[in-house]
Design a protein around this ligand. Structure first.
Ligand SMILES: *Cc1c(COP(=O)(O)O)cnc(C)c1O
Length: 411
């Protein structure tokens, strides 16, 4: 391959025009917000917007019941709490994720256990999940990372065999499909986030689906997001038989959510096309490994992360990242700095200030090397943004820049 002088070394840069941008919120959101205010209440149970948001979401997803929450972290906590995950239970999850995935586990005083991931999809490896199961395991909390669906058939089979609940963290994976089924509808609960960085935004917010379609279970989930108030049959019961937080969504969030949901299919379709184009464009470049999607999977690419095979390149990951940035392509080395179990919380076994509870109930350990593939992924990957507002030219220039940098450093 011919080598062109890198912008990092004073050569001309690949991308000189700005990336496409756009407005996420417009008159549609404004209209819904005004209607919410005119209701004279912003409380979800008295207003119509959160209810409408959930009705639309249920229709889009083909589920009977879901509950709105104040965040994605809250949605996951609600699913865990309603599933009965409690003191000393173990929950198996991914070490490459947002900390919102593990917060609810620890608030239930349960113990996060980490399974290793696949080197190319970055999603939890079913074999590793099964190897982590003990008599204390209560649930598997899968994370569909960056829009990419997990390999759900073997995971569901393992869960059934061991009588475990399956909670799907879909915060980054709107409308992603696995063998034709939407992720979030395959396990017992699907958890979504509408924080400002996700495919759709209500500022903050979240949703939990109740996939059994069982009304009794729906009531438990609903009450767990609302201080255990039971707001059914026109009457309120204040049941305090166990602890449940207040994670309610307001009418303002619900109103914006109604308008945002209408844009969601277009957003996911564009991101899917751009992600697939990037993979096609960089596959086969020296030292570059495009991410993979499982057979039968459909990704809505929340971000795009590829890996470097450093043995085929004469640079470090950080040099590659800087060279790519100099070509006009903003990027980050990896996703989170380290796998989540190397964070001080796990290393010091300190979920609560001045306490080692619940870790002192357990001999689960978090040494470096626990999930070697996950650790390697975060040390060898480059993450670039994808936006539905990018143009096709933006994507072609991203491909060209990655190719230019890879060719320069190829042995
Ligand atoms: C964003 C995110 C969360 C948490 O969502 P919040 O709404 O920020 O609380 C959880 N898991 C993953 C994988 C996320 O990306």
């Amino acid at each position: 391959m011919n080598k062109r002088r890198l912008a990092l070394h004073g050569g001309p840069k690949v991308k000189t025009s700005p990336f496409g941008t756009g407005k996420r919120f417009g008159v549609e959101e404004e209209k819904e917000l005004m209607e919410a205010l005119e209701q004279n209440t912003l409380f979800y149970h008295h207003g119509k917007k959160v209810k409408q948001f959930l009705r639309d979401f249920n229709k889009l997803y083909g589920v009977k019941y879901s509950v709105a929450t104040s965040s994605g972290t809250a949605a996951i906590h609600v699913a865990l709490g309603a599933a009965g995950v409690s003191v000393g239970d173990e929950v198996i999850t991914s070490p490459i994720t947002d900390q919102g995935t593990i917060i609810g586990i620890l608030y239930q005083n349960a113990i996060p256990v980490f399974a290793d991931v696949d080197p190319h999809t970055y999603n939890m490896d079913p074999q590793s999940i099964e190897s982590r199961i003990t008599s204390r395991t209560k649930a598997i909390l899968v994370v569909h990372l960056a829009g990419n669906p997990c390999d759900m058939d073997p995971i569901m089979e393992i869960a059934r065999k061991h009588h475990l609940k399956v909670i799907e963290d879909c915060a980054q994976s709107y409308l992603s499909r696995y063998k034709g089924r939407l992720v979030g509808t395959i396990g017992d609960y699907g958890c979504f986030s509408t924080n400002d960085f996700k495919h759709i935004s209500t500022g903050d917010g979240g949703i939990v689906t109740v996939n059994s379609g069982d009304e009794e279970e729906y009531r438990v989930v609903h009450a767990f997001a609302d201080k255990n108030y039971q707001r059914f049959a026109g009457q309120v019961q204040r049941d305090l038989s166990y602890l449940a937080p207040n994670y309610r969504m307001t009418e303002l969030q619900g109103a914006v959510g109604v308008a945002q949901l209408r844009k969601l299919p277009w957003i996911c379709e564009r991101r899917h096309q751009y992600g697939e184009r990037l993979s096609k464009g960089i596959r086969g470049l020296p030292g570059v490994q495009a991410p993979r999607v499982y057979e039968g999977g459909w990704s809505s690419y929340w971000f795009y992360m590829f890996r470097l095979d450093l043995s085929a390149l004469s640079c470090s990951r950080e040099e590659f990242s800087r060279a790519l940035a100099a070509e006009g392509i903003p990027n980050q080395p990896g996703y989170i700095p380290e796998v989540i179990y190397l964070q001080p919380l796990f290393q010091k076994r300190q979920a609560y200030l001045n306490s080692h509870f619940p870790f002192d109930l357990s001999d689960v350990a978090y040494p470096r090397g626990l999930c070697p593939t996950a650790e390697q992924i975060l040390q060898t990957s480059i993450r670039v943004g994808i936006s539905e507002f990018f143009s096709e030219q933006d994507i072609e220039e991203m491909i060209e820049a990655v190719g230019k940098v890879a060719s320069w450093y190829a042995h």
